[in-house]
Design a protein around this ligand. Structure first.
Ligand SMILES: [Zn+2]
Length: 185
C-alpha cells in the first residue's frame, strides 16, 4: 500500500555542488549529447502522471533542470513530505559501451520484494538484459526511512539500451508497469 510516493529523477541542479548542474552520466553519439539527468527526469515526470492516475500523491525531488536538489537532502525532503515510498531513477554508465541491461538497487529486506517486482516489470516492458537486483547499503537516497529502490533503467552509452529508453512508447510502458507494481505491492 502506498499513499504518497517520492519520485527522484537522479542528478540535476545542485546535486553535488550548489548552483552547478550535475548531468550524471553523459554520452555523445554522432555529435548528439545525451545526459542521464535529462532522461531520468523524463521518466520521473511520466511516472508522476501514472501514480496520480492511480490516486497516489506524488512528491518530486526535482521537477526540472533548475530545482535545487542536493543528493544528501533528497531522502530527508521525501520524509518531510510524508512519503511512504521512495523511487530513484538513474541510468548506468561504464567504460565499456557493450555493458548493458537493467538493475534495481535496494537496501534491506523490506525493500527486496518491491525490487524483485520492479525488476521483473522493467524486463518485460523493455526486453533489455536482466542484470538482477543488487543490495546496496551505502546510497544516500536509500537512507530514506521507508521502502526505497533505485532503478538503473539501462546503460546510457549502450546503443540498444539508450535507443530503447528514448522511445516514448517504452517510457510509457515502463512507467505504467512501475506504478502498477508499486500500487499492488
Ligand atoms: Zn546516476
Amino acid at each position: 500500500m502506498v499513499t504518497r510516493v517520492c519520485i527522484d529523477p537522479g542528478h540535476g541542479m545542485s546535486n553535488r555542488t550548489r548552483g552547478v548542474f550535475d548531468p550524471g552520466a553523459v554520452h555523445v553519439e554522432a555529435g548528439v549529447r545525451f545526459e542521464e539527468a535529462t532522461i531520468a527526469l523524463k521518466y520521473g515526470l511520466t511516472l508522476k502522471d501514472e501514480f496520480r492516475a492511480r490516486g497516489v500523491a506524488v512528491f518530486m525531488t526535482r521537477d526540472d533542470a533548475e530545482d535545487h536538489a542536493p543528493v544528501g537532502q533528497r531522502a530527508a525532503n521525501a520524509q518531510n513530505a510524508g512519503c511512504d515510498l521512495f523511487i530513484s531513477l538513474h541510468l548506468n554508465d561504464f567504460d565499456d559501451d557493450a555493458a548493458n541491461g537493467v538493475e534495481v538497487l535496494f537496501r534491506g529486506d523490506d525493500d527486496k520484494p518491491l525490487a524483485v517486482q520492479i525488476q521483473k516489470a522493467m524486463i518485460a516492458a523493455t526486453k533489455l538484459r536482466d542484470r538482477g537486483i543488487k543490495q546496496r547499503t551505502d546510497l544516500a537516497v536509500l537512507k530514506f526511512d521507508g521502502r526505497a529502490v533505485l532503478i538503473e533503467l539501462g546503460f546510457i552509452a549502450n546503443d540498444k539500451d539508450r535507443d530503447t529508453l528514448l522511445n516514448p512508447q517504452i517510457r510509457a510502458a515502463v512507467c505504467k508497469a512501475i506504478a502498477d507494481v508499486a500500487v499492488a505491492g
